[in-house]
Ligand binder design. Sequence first.
Ligand SMILES: Cc1ncc(COP(=O)(O)O)c(C=O)c1O
Length: 438
Amino acid sequence: MMLRQKNIGYSLFQQLRRAKCSQIDKQNSTDALKRPLYLDMQATTPIDFRVLDKMLPYLTVDYGNPHSKSHLYGVNSSSIVEEARENIAQLLNAEPSEIVFNSGATESNNTALLGLSEHHFNNKSIKNHIITTTMEHKTVLEACKYIQKRFGFNVTFMDVDEYGRVDINKLSQIINEKTLLFSVMSLNNEVGVIQDLESLGALCEERGVYFHTDAAQAIGKIPLDVRKMNIDLMSFTGHKVFAPKGTGGLFIRDKKQYKKNNKPAIQLAPLIHGGGQERGMRSGTLSPPMVIALGEACKIAQREMENDNQHIKKLYERMYERIFREVPFVKLNGHPVHRYFGNLNISFKYIFSGDIMNEIKNKIAFSAGAACLDEPSYVLQALHVDESYAFGAIRIGIGRFTTQEEVDYLLDTLIPIVNNLRQKNKVYQQHFAKQNNQ
Ligand SMILES: Cc1ncc(COP(=O)(O)O)c(C=O)c1O
């Protein structure tokens, strides 16, 4: 019986594999594209086949409940969960016991911020001040606003510099004896800027402030070391690193790591109550296939990060070089060097990004930087990008599987669209008329 089920399981797996492979062959050939080319890797990534390979048996054959360890099914599922925990811990230089699995970075950010605040509120701690930045993900901004209302905490939404980086001297001045936590995104989802986590972590450590980083976009893309960076809490998610949506986790620094430290071991009130899984931090039955997918994605990323980044940087330079050579009045958003090169966020003056999207959406899928027609994105506003540029922002997201052919297809499509839209723009025409009359 077991054998028969195994065969069924694996034949389904082979079929899926074949179907996916033929899909990618098509995807690689832009001529044969039946749907727009996907270049929005900050929104989500496709599942790596190796990740899919790893997870399928745990959907079909080894489907035990990892918390029911009185029989082989549960034992197998539990051991695969622990293997995943180990893979993630290795990538972050953490201990496996410091990893709590959950549904993704939204849940992690909420657990980190609300859990810490609730614990300190319940214990009548004098620490009731949180610092974050104006360009954080909505999951952090909204959780902070909730904490202000629910616990009466003070939250400082500090400014960043024109590239989106935190000024460490400014942060040092804002920290006071009531500061409980500083929270910043490791790698910004919209403009790709990377923070100096090591310096920020050192400052927080020295001043007795807990340090949380939202690494949803960073895990598997840039080196992260929770010890070197003095990180207390780190949020991550699977679907930005070639694992499925709905799987993620939170790193919580273990109490033995606070021995020589001027802050007490971190404690969080859980967000979800129930069976006490994940050391009481997150009740609910874990999904072994989802957890192992995240673990496998991290293992692959650790092995291939350098290769991935070399490949991605080459493609980024190809895009950057041609766009800046062939299109006038274009601006890079975010930092030119301290950035993830899988993110090209650029603004075209004299154009609305919505108009570019309308022209290109049947051919290529990427993201418009402007949130709506009336207002540029809050992240570009945080960077004080001039409105004349902020309305014309687009974000192109490339990744491990993006090819040079696809990048050339993007450039051959995008550049004429931008130049044509400009020709229709009266302000642009007037600008050139003025220049010619001078
Ligand atoms: C920086 C950042 N934080 C948090 C999230 C939310 O992650 P999830 O989709 O796993 O809930 C995202 C996803 O867009 C993100 O980019």
